[in-house]
Design a binder for this molecule. Sequence first.
Ligand code: ZN
Length: 143
Amino acid sequence: MQLDNLYQEVILDHYKHPEHKGLLQEFDVQVHHVNPSCGDELTLNLSLKDGHLILGWDGVGCAISMASASIMASLLTGKGINESQPILDAFVALMQSKGAQSGDEEVLEDAVAFAGVSQFPARIKCALLAWMAYKDASIQIRK
Ligand code: ZN
């Protein structure tokens, strides 16, 4: 077990300098998700303008949960909703891989930094918190 695997530099960077943090003034959907096992909390705003997603979030929690929200929001902002689905699926598959996958950088970009987290079952929910919130919000916004 190597802590290096858990706290990649890109994760710490996003934790210290989160992107798209701050709730949107106008949004189509708002969801609030918690990860009770760690105490992470996240509010996610989702807006769809001319077919492009705009994400905003706020939350408190561990470095992994907050960095994951930051990376996800920067990855999905500007994408179309259908374009976001394979990215979400790829991240969930990566988290379920128990360290066996390193992730497709072309699809996941900075989110491949979480590959190591998939070896730590207690932390997988931290990494997935924002993505599950997005999954929920994206289902609601399609309605
Ligand atoms: Zn956490």
